[in-house]
Design a protein around this ligand. Structure first.
Ligand SMILES: Cc1cc2nc3c(=O)[nH]c(=O)nc-3n(C[C@H](O)[C@H](O)[C@H](O)COP(=O)(O)OP(=O)(O)OC[C@H]3O[C@@H](n4cnc5c(N)ncnc54)[C@H](O)[C@@H]3O)c2cc1C
Length: 551
């Protein structure tokens, strides 16, 4: 199979470097405006910071505290947009901010903050905030520590179970509108000719094949790789971003709603219901290494468990299944990591002698669509196009409102309206209707669909970014053995290649559990090994967890 679906030197209006949520959003927006687009992602779509996030679609109370009103307002507006264009993926979630032994002044501040948050989301469909007394708070969250509890503020934001699939749906829609998405394709450099057009070098990371394409505009949307990529594109004045690592752990469920807590050092963190777990995070520490190497250390995990267990004593002895890590790309500014604004910055290369280069630094998942719109507006100005942005009005391909009178099926909760593509494969070949594991609602047809329709190339792509199987307590290790032969047959892997894929995934799993080697004493005894999925354990089925909380 040819590595690239176009001849060397093929011409595009725009090439997007980086297939995270922001690059995918740019590709979709540009394609919907009729521009010809190539989207190059060095690994899998959505596998970078997008996969390392807390998975909230939120304005962010914390940013209100930082007086970042512009960011909060933009993200609250975008929260509404995403609830509308991706209702199968983005769901309302209730949050509680419990307060303990707090002064009258603190509680008055919290009231003002809540009113402001409501005011900034004046166009919301979600309920406004309310205050609960101690008894009501404990009724809502029975495992919350009672001592000193005075009450809680309750408010709504939203959650996306799979930002990986949110990213992918942008890629798929971009493709439907003519874009050429290329995963496992690294942009290795670019040269801008006298006529302003760029020659961009690409390398296929699986085959090592090289090619070039020509583009009138290059958009650097490489997230925490931003400065590395910028250096390979044009003379780069110096680092524009600051990179900080944040980790999460998937622990035995402690809360029903998302709970906002403060660590001993004053940092805000969350205990969130997600796929039957408590998803606890995050940390914020400077990280200068290759973002692909970010992992949770025992110290990171200990920090979170120490912070959370005074509020949820059950976390002292509850299981911690696995961890993940992501690297933020923050617009560079000195100061404490958590004090740096999350507001994005779009830089027009024209100001630095590279007129066809647009750089996107920073940003959140929540605001990705608006950030993409701003970037593509600039692209259009450069290309003399008057096409208007359509991404807020047009739903993503799987958009499916909750079916009336019943819960969505497992396939609907993953694929939304596109579930019928999987179902029709299973109807055509009954072998594909078979579950991938005895206790799994996922079926063989999903593997075939992922390879044929969703750019799924590696075993990890399927387990972590096409389905939620990799988020089960066993991280999909058992199912992997059923998936690998199906992918091998579809993609023509040799036995050696299949074994290498399995080994690659096992290594990933081992790394996400490596914290166990040192975190045992952090907050009480930790389990010896991950528990298998069983009654009462998290299921990582997309139709459980936070999505139901207050939806
Ligand atoms: C711990 C943590 C928690 C967060 N929680 C939230 C949250 O709850 N809600 C929220 O809204 N935001 C959250 N964020 C922020 C959010 O995750 C990021 O802002 C967002 O994912 C950034 O997307 P991106 O596309 O810019 O970056 P990425 O997802 O990292 O995508 C950039 C892509 O560029 C690719 N790339 C790099 N170099 C090249 C190259 N040379 N050629 C081709 N491709 C290349 C990378 O492989 C990568 O996939 C969180 C971030 C972190 C770290």
């Amino acid at each position: 199979m040819a590595a690239f679906p176009f001849p060397a030197g093929a011409r595009f209006d725009i090439v997007v470097v980086g297939g995270g949520i922001i690059g995918a959003g740019v590709a979709r927006d540009a394609a919907l405006r009729g521009l010809s687009v190539a989207l190059a992602e060095q690994s899998d779509f959505g596998s970078g910071t997008t996969a390392g996030s807390t998975r909230l679609i939120h304005g962010g109370l914390r940013y209100l505290e930082m007086l970042d009103f512009r960011l909060v307002r933009m993200d609250l507006r975008e929260r509404e947009t995403l609830l509308r264009i991706a209702p199968h993926l983005v769901k309302p979630l209730e949050f509680l901010v419990p307060f303990y032994d707090r002064s009258l002044f603190y509680r008055a501040q919290l009231r003002v903050g809540m009113r402001l948050y409501d005011a900034l989301s004046y166009d919301r469909s979600l309920p406004g905030h309310r205050f609960l007394g101690a008894r009501e708070t404990l009724a809502a969250e029975p495992r919350l520590c009672e001592r000193g509890l005075q009450g809680a503020a309750a408010y709504f934001d939203a959650q996306v179970n799979s930002p990986e699939r949110l990213c992918l749906e942008n890629v798929i829609d971009a493709r439907r509108h003519g874009a050429v998405p290329l995963n496992y394709t690294t942009v290795t450099g670019a040269v801008c000719a006298g006529d302003g057009a760029w020659t961009v070098r690409l390398r296929h990371t699986r085959t090592g094949a090289d090619t070039t394409l020509r583009a009138r505009v290059v958009v650097n949307a490489s997230g925490p790789w931003f400065d590395r990529v910028a250096t390979s594109l044009a003379p780069h004045p110096g680092p524009l971003i600051r990179t900080t690592k944040g980790i999460h752990v998937a622990a035995a469920s402690a809360s029903r709603s998302a709970v906002v807590l403060f660590a001993g050092d004053g940092r805000l963190f969350f205990v969130i219901p997600w796929l039957g777990y408590s998803w606890i995070g995050t940390t914020d520490t400077d990280f200068a290494d290759d973002p692909a190497r970010a992992r949770a250390t025992p110290e990171d995990v200990a920090y979170l468990l120490h912070a959370a267990s005074p509020f949820f004593p059950c976390l002292r002895t509850g299981e911690v299944y696995w961890s993940n890590a992501g690297v933020r790309a923050l617009v560079r500014k000195p100061g404490k990591e958590s004090s740096v604004s999350r507001l994005h910055r779009i830089v027009d290369g024209a100001d630095a002698g590279a007129p066809g280069l647009i750089s996107i630094a920073g940003g959140k998942i929540t605001g990705y669509r608006a950030i993409a719109e701003e970037a593509v507006d600039l692209v259009c100005r450069k290309l003399g196009s008057e096409a208007k942005c359509r991404t807020a009005a047009e739903s993503l391909p799987g958009a499916l409102a909750a079916p009336a009178g019943r819960a969505p099926s497992h396939l609907e909760s993953l694929y939304g309206a596109r579930a019928d593509e999987v179902e029709s494969l299973a109807r055509e070949d009954p072998a594909l209707a078979q579950p991938l594991a005895p206790d799994s609602p996922d079926v063989a047809a999903q593997v075939i669909h992922a390879v044929r329709q969703e750019h799924c190339v590696r075993l990890a792509d399927f387990l972590l970014r096409r389905t939620l199987l990799g988020f089960r307590p066993d991280q999909g290790v058992k199912t992997m053995l059923a998936v690998a032969p199906l992918m091998a047959a579809e993609l023509g892997w040799t036995a050696l290649e299949t074994a290498a894929e399995i080994e690659h995934y096992r290594t990933w799993v081992a790394e996400s559990q490596a914290f166990r080697d040192g975190a045992g004493s952090a907050a009480g005894p930790r389990p010896e090994s991950p528990r298998d999925p069983s009654a009462g354990a998290p299921t990582a089925s997309s139709d459980t967890g936070g999505a139901s909380a207050g939806a």
